[in-house]
Design a protein. Structure first.
Length: 363
């Protein structure tokens, strides 16, 4: 069978998945299926039985289930591109087909989390966080891999691969751009993307200006302007004494995308160097207190900072789901200064000064 190329994200349960990656395993969620034979249905191309296993477990047949199908299709010799935090990526070669996470129990009896340094153990064949009330970690499957490239900056990739790494799916077959992956592995030069080289220079200049020319309030207005440019139908900067908030909950910008039935809560931090976990805690609490579980809307929470990076504690807090209710997600998207500068450049700077117009319409 011809070698296939895949993209696969490991941000789910990142404290564990990053540790396992460094030990030679890529992981996938769906822990409820770790004791089933669902991987056999994938290898047998039995979509009817595959769907039946989902419905038997009480899951809706959502698009997200195909992440397991793609994971199960990865074969020995296939290449997997893994986008990482901090603008990096790695490429791995598959050494064994996907298997239940339970196969690691005898190989890694205990280990430490990547950022929170929690001790993880096994209980009833599931990984548990012994430093967090024995919380069950939602990982169900793993694939043994060996590295081809480790922690390479994305400016070492061609434009097609850079674009593909922006997709939000858990994974995807990217064999159609296999030449871009092979080029990254084989190429000796540093950067191979004119777009990326140019944008690196521009984003550094823009970030410096954001840090040194505007203040906290203008930074909030700039984020709001960006969301309007992205198509937000309504935006607001909530009052600091907004009713209903307690225990440090706070959001600096709220944006609604009516057509998508999507609401984003954002905590903005006009910092330099590093942003701590407090911002993540503020926005998580705000989302918990202000979201309506019975609404038709999907709610997301972001932290956007002008700082160069987030602390390890912030990354751990953002990655921790901390909610055992099936289907509920409590992750926070972290956007550092360079990424936000890139987002502004990608959307276009025409009429940028309108961000600070007091008469900017509340769409």
């Amino acid at each position: 069978m011809e070698k296939q190329y895949y993209l696969h994200r490991i941000s789910h349960e990142a404290n564990v998945s990053y540790t396992l990656m460094r030990n030679g395993y890529l992981t996938l969620g769906w822990g409820e299926f770790s004791e089933t034979d669902i991987l056999d249905t994938v290898r047998n191309d039995d979509r009817n039985e595959f769907d039946k296993l989902f419905t038997d477990k009480g899951f809706k047949l959502s698009k997200s289930r195909w992440s397991m199908w793609i994971f199960g299709k990865m074969n020995v010799g296939d290449l997997v591109v893994v986008p990482l935090y901090d603008g990096l990526f790695s490429v791995f070669e598959v050494e064994e087909q996907a298997q239940s996470i339970q196969t690691l129990e005898d190989k890694m009896k205990t280990f430490k989390g990547e950022w929170n340094n929690h001790k993880y153990i096994w209980d009833n064949h599931r990984i548990c966080d012994s430093d967090d009330n024995s919380r069950i970690v939602d990982l169900g499957f793993c694939i043994k891999v060996k590295p081809k490239i480790i922690g390479k900056p994305r400016d070492h990739a061609t434009s097609p691969l850079i674009s593909r790494m922006k997709i939000r799916n858990t994974n995807a077959n990217i064999t159609d751009i296999k030449d871009s992956v092979d080029m990254v592995i084989d190429k000796k030069e540093e950067a191979v993307s004119l777009y990326q080289v140019t944008m690196d220079k521009l984003e550094n200049t823009l970030l410096n200006d954001i840090q040194n020319i505007i203040g906290d309030r203008e930074f909030e207005q700039l984020i709001r302007w960006y969301l309007v440019k992205c198509g937000a139908t309504f935006t607001k900067i909530p009052a600091k004494n907004e009713a209903g908030k307690e225990d440090g909950a706070d959001a600096d910008i709220v944006a609604e995308f009516e057509n998508l039935k999507y609401i984003v809560y954002i905590q903005a931090k006009h910092h330099k160097k590093e942003t701590s976990s407090w911002a993540v805690k503020q926005i998580k609490r705000y989302k918990e207190q202000m979201s309506d579980d019975n609404s038709e809307y999907t709610y997301a929470s972001w932290v956007i900072t002008s700082a160069e990076e987030f602390s390890k504690e912030a990354k751990a807090e953002a990655a921790d789901e901390g909610n055992e209710d099936k289907g509920r997600k409590n992750k926070v998207r972290l956007i550092d200064g360079k990424e936000f500068a890139r987002m502004l450049l990608d959307i276009g700077l025409l009429n940028l000064d309108q961000a600070f117009d007091k008469n900017l319409k509340k769409n």
